[in-house]
Design a protein around this ligand. Structure first.
Ligand code: C5P
Length: 331
């Protein structure tokens, strides 16, 4: 089996490939030249999210500990002759030029005066408007893939700056893994290297996506100052992880959670159900609505998943992941 087929086989199972081909059919009309580039874009969870206060520019100052998980979108970039960026996505509502992935590609095309167009085929697995950073991760994957593919001369700080201009979470996804993100989220301090090992109790990550989407801006704009924190939850989680131990359940704190649970009763109910299904640690990811539960044993995570699926919840069983350059393949 050729390298390309093996790689694609790894990414897309047979039924997924036929769905991919059916939905992407019209993309075959785009004239292509040169090679293609595959990239994975991982989802994240927020182990903590301390909102420290409101800034003069309208954003909120944060200290948040983020971790990538292996739930991922797959992107395929193809060079085209039509001098534009086009996105074709398995979720048709994302097949447009406003997609953050398209904006990332356009930014690099303009900066480097690239003549070729780019077709981005996006196989979406990460739920949308879910607090899992899918759109930001797709954008970061495009930046990394284009830099590698075209050998663009971009220093880490230049790349970071471009990523931050696309969104507060985008810089985190350039490295992924475990990181402390500060400022409005764009100041990233990777933490994986300072860990001896990831506590076994955090190996398996069960994601529950309630059947609603939440706009991040609406959650931040309604946040009362009484929900602000001083960053101590993030500090506590980092210290515990650096000592190789599991943080206290109460330290997986998210300043946005109280208002999200109050405003969206279905998220509050989902949290109760996750806890009742035997999850030892439950947290809200970003501005929600996705909740995560951490498990040490696959069998326990899988049992909880089955119970919650039977209750009608959309569930994903995932694990923490530390991405590397191998997640981008130029074929
Ligand atoms: O940076 P990004 O475009 O992802 O942010 C989306 C929205 O979330 C912002 O327009 C802002 O309303 C809110 N936000 C915030 N403080 C942050 C990050 C985001 O208020 N640190």
């Amino acid at each position: 089996m050729g390298y390309c087929a093996r790689f694609m086989g790894m990414m897309l199972d047979k039924s997924a490939i036929s769905m991919h081909n059916a939905r992407m059919g019209h993309a075959q009309r785009v004239q292509t030249s040169g090679s293609v580039c595959f990239a994975r874009a991982y989802a994240k969870i927020n182990l903590t999210l301390d909102v420290l206060g409101r800034r003069a520019d309208g954003y909120h100052a944060l200290a948040t500990v983020m971790q990538t998980v292996d739930l991922h979108d797959t992107l395929c970039l193809t060079a085209t002759d039509d001098n534009r960026v086009q996105v074709v996505c398995t979720r048709p509502e994302l097949s447009n030029e406003d997609n953050l992935a398209a904006r990332a590609a356009q930014l690099l095309r303009e900066r480097f005066a690239l003549q070729q167009g780019i077709l981005i085929e996006l196989y979406k697995r990460i739920p949308i408007a879910a607090g899992l950073g899918g759109g930001s991760s797709d954008a970061a994957a495009v930046l990394l893939a284009m830099r590698q593919w075209w050998q663009l001369s971009l220093s880490p700080s230049e790349l970071q700056e471009i990523a931050a201009s696309l969104g507060s979470d985008v810089p985190f996804f350039l490295t992924g893994g475990l990181a402390l993100c500060e400022g409005r989220g764009e100041q990233v301090t990777p933490l994986a290297a300072s860990l001896t090992n990831c506590p076994s109790s955090m190996r398996w990550v069960l994601l529950l996506k309630p059947a609603i989407g939440i706009a991040t801006a609406s959650v931040f704009s309604g946040l009362p100052a009484s929900d602000y924190t001083d960053g101590s939850y993030s500090r506590a989680v980092i210290s515990a992880l650096q000592a190789g131990s599991l943080p206290q359940p109460g330290d997986f704190h998210n300043s946005l959670e109280r208002s999200v649970l109050e405003r969206y009763p279905e998220v509050a109910q989902a949290k109760v159900d996750l806890l009742q299904a035997g999850s030892p640690i439950v947290g809200l990811s970003g501005s929600g609505p996705t909740l995560y539960a951490l498990f040490s044993e696959l069998s326990c995570a899988s049992l909880a998943q089955e119970r919650l699926q039977a209750q009608g919840y959309e569930m994903y069983l995932s694990h923490v992941i530390y991405p590397n350059q191998g997640d981008i393949r130029v074929l």
